[in-house]
Design a protein around this ligand. Sequence first.
Ligand SMILES: *[C@@H]1O[C@H](CO)[C@@H](O)[C@H](O)[C@H]1NC(C)=O
Ligand SMILES: *[C@@H]1O[C@H](CO)[C@@H](O)[C@H](O)[C@H]1NC(C)=O
Length: 449
Amino acid sequence: MKSTVALSLLSGALALPAANPAPQTVSFGKRNMLTRPNGEANVAGILASLNHTLHKYNLKPLPYYAPVAVLQAELFSVDVEKRQANLPLIDQTQLGTEDVAYYGSITIGGGDGKAQKFNVIFDTGSADAWVPGPSCTKARGCTHTTKYDQGGRDLGTKTSIQYGSGSTEGENYVDDLTIAGLTSKSQTLISVTTAAGFTQVDADGLVGMGFSSIAQDNGTTVFENLIAQGTVQADEFSFYLGRVSEKTGRNSQLTLGGRDSTKYKGNFVTVPVSSQTYWQVALDGVKVGGKKVAGTAGQAAIDTGTTILLAPTAVAKAVFDAIPGSIGLNLAGEHIYLYPCNTAVTNIPKITFAGQDLAINPLDFKLGSLSAADVDNLALGDRALAAQIREQMARAGLCIAGFAGGDLTGIDDLYIVGDTFIKNWYSVFSYSAANGKPAVLFAPNIGQS
Ligand SMILES: *[C@@H]1O[C@H](CO)[C@@H](O)[C@H](O)[C@H]1NC(C)=O
Ligand SMILES: *[C@@H]1O[C@H](CO)[C@@H](O)[C@H](O)[C@H]1NC(C)=O
């Protein structure tokens, strides 16, 4: 592959890195439901997004609260209509100013001249490629209209992923899958029959970019196939995740087979992968006000498919104890935190990787300010909790943090480091940068850090 192909997606913008012809890039569309245009938090959207993350990592979901469920239904039905009506022209600021998910288009099949296009999330926190199959209706959890025509080879096996709150099931196929002109030949993929936990996501499906060791269909990931098939120039892929609020959202981009030097500045911090499952690395600790918060060392999965940053609950508590005026909300064991909107920048947490303190941008730490009208919704109807929030709000305006607490089953001390962090750092996922072994590398994003 010699030419650079850049796909224009929902943002309608072309990303054509001029200097570097080899890596292939995909620009992303994105969807905004966390913050309203006036900067206030969209509580129903935030709770849905958190619920989605809890589901992905098989944690107990948030409780049901009817007024929030009504708001969520409205939010998603509006989104789906917009998506269908305005596909090539979506204006990222219509629903708000936050960045909840990033997706781009792929095609499947095409040997017969009938390639199908899907919008997918490129998810470093999982390793399967899945798209809705013909039998996956809305009632079975697939909200979008494009269904895989099953033009590939049927393996005759099934994949089933059990979650506490449901399951995702599908049939295993082999087909050609193309991203930005690069084709992974004979790619295993899942033609989904029943999906759980994907209804809040405005993409058709998902392409897992984690290590094949965690593929539920026991297949090889798209990118590992691209390496094995000699299709990419370098054994790495890179993400630039923009911010709608700064008009960089339309520059969002995945680069396959290299880095795009127009998207980062300065030096990379190289963080060796500690477990080839997720892109898992050692996290040295969290700093607030320039001081390391005790007990915050752990492991981190760098996960482009998760909106927020999820820390072990004890860590999240210790971090917010260090931010004056914060309060934690215990919703079904998962802790959402509020902090005074006027918190000094020095008290916004920094994450230490490979000995370097890497900032979370205050714009990303803040999901939005809490409006008085939304306090009961955020407390999910718990009156005592609502009263506690109101009391604190009387002292200072409160903001909802994109940094929450939740304990994952199976791996102790695991953080899920999602877009709240990645938006500030150009991120390279390399199979060889740590002396021949995999590493994640971070450098400041141009225009954002
Ligand atoms: C969270 O998800 C569960 C299970 O899907 C659902 O019943 C509940 O209403 C959701 N709660 C919120 C607050 O989104
Ligand atoms: C994947 O491998 C595991 C362990 O060998 C097996 O239990 C499972 O059925 C396999 N799944 C598929 C979809 O082939």
